[in-house]
Design a protein around this ligand. Structure first.
Ligand SMILES: [Zn+2]
Length: 425
């Protein structure tokens, strides 16, 4: 078949302009991409939305064998969970169904663009599903050209069927999750949404295993009333470096008729584990302070945006009359890795051993505000501290906003007991 014929066939399959397809195809072939591969990649590029035309009949696959290069596939799988979500696609609101499908070999995320009546636990024969790459992983696309039939006999899979999770097990990208939590903090805010001003709720929720921030885009009164609630069909995304539970119009929220014992902060095994694991909303770390970074001690903040002002200059607002504040940026090291720990004014005053006013007096006398950071450095560099707070991670490493910062008293008897416990474990 000539390139022209292939372009013609592909254009009609994909419902796109032939000339455009032809140019793309010529371009790929000119880079020595084999014709079949070029066709597959254009099918992916234009999102194979129509019936599969002759050349790429999908092959039956195990889930573990689906790769981002698979083109269209046919497979049998069990719906581990499915959630509904509304998105705006090409200017239109559209309801999509997202979830996970598994067989004995593995599991894979899917997005259904049509309502196939999918329910958690269903065993499906899926014909001609598209495969697209999402975050480096293959994901199934069930659309117009996909056939879905439900099988009577449930497929045995080595995974939990259903969306129930503990707070600690939630991670960004999760969909269709059910949690039973207590609302610890909630606040109503008005935001400029995609359909104008709208009220949302945000706050902190918790269960036996941990705490997380949440956003409820529907301002559900059950959540606003606080107490213990069951939230079904929620999704999780990353916000400011930590997972956040999102309650949408498709979520169900009911009052819960049981008590929830909220656990303590999760103590991380090591700083390395915590930082590699990504953000944690409420975590406890310990280690030695090995340094106090520049920008610690007495600082000035912009009255407009709260940013730290350098030499009377705010990065956004130019020359401003800075407001005095105190903070500490300490480096905590436990031998596995380091993280920056940020102490607010309250905790900074405590480690300094004096108030902000006293710090200003010291700086005035010395005619140098660095003396305050030096005093703090003398106090905290060296010893071991236990820190609790919320950890975010970016390309520069971990950043822990501390809510508590306590010296670990070096009690030899405790050390001995801990050592013995370890030996006898
Ligand atoms: Zn500013």
């Amino acid at each position: 078949m000539s390139l022209d014929d292939r372009a013609e066939e592909l254009a009609s399959d994909l419902g796109v302009d032939k000339q455009e397809v032809k140019e793309d195809l010529e371009n790929l072939v000119s880079y020595s991409v084999p014709m079949d591969e070029a066709v597959q990649s254009l099918r992916r590029k234009y999102g194979d939305g129509s019936s599969s035309g002759g050349s790429s009949s999908p092959t039956a696959k195990d889930v573990a064998d689906v790769t981002t290069e698979s083109g269209n596939v046919t497979l049998t799988g069990r719906v581990l969970m499915v959630g509904r979500r509304s998105i705006r696609y090409q200017g239109e609101d559209q309801t999509i169904y997202e979830g996970e499908l598994a067989d004995a070999t593995g599991k894979i995320d899917f997005t259904a663009w049509n309502d196939f009546g999918l329910e958690t636990g269903d065993t499906l024969q899926v014909g001609n599903a598209g495969v697209r790459e999402w975050d480096g992983q293959p994901e199934l696309n069930l659309g117009e050209s996909t056939s879905v039939s439900k099988l009577e006999d449930p497929l045995e899979v080595p995974y939990d069927v259903g969306g129930d999770r503990t707070v600690r097990d939630l991670s960004p990208g999760d969909r269709g999750r059910t949690v039973e939590v207590t609302i610890e903090e909630v606040e109503r805010r008005t935001i400029d949404g995609r359909d104008g001003e709208t009220d949302i709720l945000s706050g902190v929720l918790a269960d036996e295993t941990g705490r997380l921030p949440f956003t409820d885009w529907t301002a559900n009164p059950v959540i606003e009333n606080g107490g213990n609630v069951r939230v079904e069909n929620a999704y999780v995304r990353e916000y400011r470096g930590v997972p956040e539970l999102n309650v949408s119009e498709f979520s169900t929220v009911t009052e819960l008729d049981r008590d929830i014992e909220v656990g303590d902060a999760v103590a991380a095994d090591s700083i390395f584990d915590a930082v590699v694991g990504g953000g944690v909303y409420d975590v406890e770390l310990s280690g030695n302070v090995i340094d106090v970074r520049d920008g610690s001690g007495l600082i000035q903040r912009c009255p407009e945006c709260n940013r730290v002002v350098q030499n009377g200059q705010c990065r956004s607002h130019g020359e401003v009359e800075g407001e005095d504040d105190m903070r500490v940026k300490a480096i905590l090291d436990d031998g596995t890795a380091t993280t920056t720990v940020v102490l607010d004014r309250d905790l900074s005053e405590r480690v300094y051993g004096g108030t902000l006013e006293e710090a200003k007096d010291q700086a005035r006398e010395a005619m140098d505000q660095k003396v305050v950071a030096d005093s703090i450095r003398e106090e905290i560099v060296g010893p071991e501290f236990r820190v609790r707070g919320h950890l975010s991670v970016d390309e520069y490493g971990g950043n822990l906003d501390a809510s508590t910062f306590e010296r670990v008293e070096d009690d030899p008897a405790d050390r001995a007991r801990a050592f013995l416990a370890e030996v006898n474990a």
